[in-house]
Design a protein around this ligand. Structure first.
Ligand code: AVJ
Length: 324
């Protein structure tokens, strides 16, 4: 087993600088907003993990059901020898695809791509150990700047699972997909996980669970800002809000201030942010999709939808699209 190669395009300082700019922009906008990518510090990642096991939160189980049933067909249909995983984390569900590709003898290389260098190095080393047949080549980067820098060669399949593309607005998705395919050759593919539009009651319950884990996850972003910038957010002063926006077909999560108060942010030139009682700050959108919409967004960047797999309940979809 060889030690995985890791390309580092991102330094911890870059992350800290991006967070500072994003928080300053978001807290001085009207309405206020914080980007969802900052949910995932250690505590936030643990809370998200807990969310994936809640009875109300179906997407993770539905996507795993599809992968359990279709991994062999997915790897075969893609014809890939290289799999690149975006936001790979611990690559838990991805192992189903790696197993299928190794078993078929077609998969040669795995490229996990993640924003966290420690998460990535740990996962890459573990996978290199578990899959001696694979050449593991990690990339540390973020979706905003480094998608064009994915290693080339071979026939590549980029996997973007979990429905995370739903955290982007339509115009952000367009930019993201265009950046991704800027490095594609004809025949390269995208395996994309998308949560589907469904009954509003089930959608809203998935983002406002009875045990209150999603509420804790939502408020955790305030602790992330406190840690990173020395801010004095008191999470108890904010109420979790989640609703399905029927016009945009996305879940929106917000934090609603329970009282009028001022928050200090020393790390942003000692910014003072005033909240009115009842004022809401957006912390996440999670878009829900329909097949025609997914297909047209893919077509717009030169990708052709070739396969569409859903779970037995029709809750979640994995699409395979190929560069023309
Ligand atoms: C990890 C972005 C797919 O949008 O469903 C879960 C994050 N937010 N509960 C999602 C999340 C609230 C999740 N993604």
């Amino acid at each position: 087993v060889t030690t995985p190669t890791v390309d580092v395009h991102l330094q911890p300082d870059d992350l800290a600088a991006a967070l500072r700019t994003d928080v300053l922009d978001g807290l001085t906008s009207t309405p206020k907003e914080l980007p969802p990518k900052y949910f995932y510090d250690d505590r936030g990642s643990r809370l998200f993990d807990e969310i994936t096991r809640l009875p109300e939160y179906y997407p993770t189980r539905r996507e795993r059901e599809i992968l359990d049933r279709c991994a062999g067909r997915i790897m075969e249909a893609s014809g890939c020898d290289t799999m690149i995983e975006l936001g790979s984390g611990t690559s838990e569900k991805t192992r189903l695809l790696l197993d299928a590709g190794v078993e078929a003898g077609s998969l040669r290389r795995f490229v996990p791509f993640d924003v966290s260098e420690t998460t990535l190095r740990d996962a890459a080393a573990e996978i290199a150990c578990e899959y001696p047949a694979l050449d593991v080549h990690g990339v540390v980067g973020d979706f905003d700047h480094h998608l064009g820098l994915l290693p080339g060669g071979g026939r590549r399949l980029v996997a973007f699972l979990g429905g995370t593309i739903g955290n982007l607005t339509p115009s952000e998705r367009k930019r993201f997909l265009a950046e991704l395919v800027s490095g594609f050759e004809p025949g390269d593919g995208l395996l994309l996980g998308t949560d589907l539009v469904k009954d509003v009651g089930r959608l809203e319950a998935a983002y406002d669970d009875g045990a209150g884990v999603t509420a804790e996850f939502n408020r955790n972003v305030l602790l992330v800002v406190n840690d990173a910038l020395g801010a004095d957010f008191d999470p108890a002063r904010f109420q979790h809000v989640a609703f399905f926006d029927l016009d945009n077909e996305w879940i929106e999560m917000r934090l609603r201030s329970r009282s009028t108060h001022v928050v200090r942010v020393p790390g942003c030139d000692d910014l003072r942010v005033a909240f009115e009682a009842g004022e809401e700050m957006r912390t996440e959108i999670s878009a829900k999709f329909r097949r025609p919409g997914v297909e047209s967004e893919l077509n717009a960047v030169g990708l052709e939808l070739t396969e569409w797999w859903t779970d037995s309940a029709g809750d979640f979809a994995l699409s395979l699209s190929v560069m023309r």
